[in-house]
Ligand binder design. Sequence first.
Ligand code: PRP
Ligand code: URA
Length: 209
Amino acid sequence: MGKIIVMDHPLIQHKLSILRDVKTPSKEFRALISEIANLICYDATRDLPLEEVEVETPICRTKAKMLSGKKVAVVPILRAGLGMVDGMLTLLPSAKVGHIGLYRDPDTLQPVEYYCKLPADIEQREVFVVDPMLATGGSAIDAISQIKKRGPKHIKFLGIIAAPEGLDALSKAHPDVDIIVASLDEKLNDHGYIVPGLGDAGDRIFGTK
Ligand code: PRP
Ligand code: URA
């Protein structure tokens, strides 16, 4: 069974409260999404393997630890997932980036795929799928199914706000996937929006409404 982590770090909680505020403009909203993604990434990478190396300090030679060259890929779910990419790449500058384009049909709430471009060597990589919102879970489930067809080493889903319904659906559909989010909210409303949530993440990042 994959791990489910709801991060309770005070910095994340503080930034999330500003993010939720309907008065927060797109410029600040984008910056906050990126900062929260960076903090989530810090936690999500805590089990990357290390290897011992020798380093010459100004004082002496010593044994030290470095990442053991494990390859990673970041895959945002378009559009809103794009907002998390910079924050991830600040900590993982050598990661490759794939893209999966999905939108939710407003009537059926079912994900509709329109784009998929993944790193050619994804089967050698640990994959971080990023999307700020996990609502019904349909988009994340579909994106992860697409990625799994290419046989990556392991997948983690990193989100900012999850609804209980989405968390439950994702962990049942992909029990091997670790899920890390900054908040588990109350519920979904009749239109499939997370309550209290933050509204439409894509529209708020890109200022399209
Ligand atoms: C949003 C969000 C997720 C999806 C979550 O995308 O970014 O991808 O909804 O909902 P779900 O868990 O019920 O599938 P949206 O469909 O609004 O597309 P956009 O990012 O292009 O605006
Ligand atoms: N997508 C969003 O952007 N927000 C929600 O609350 C649900 C799905």
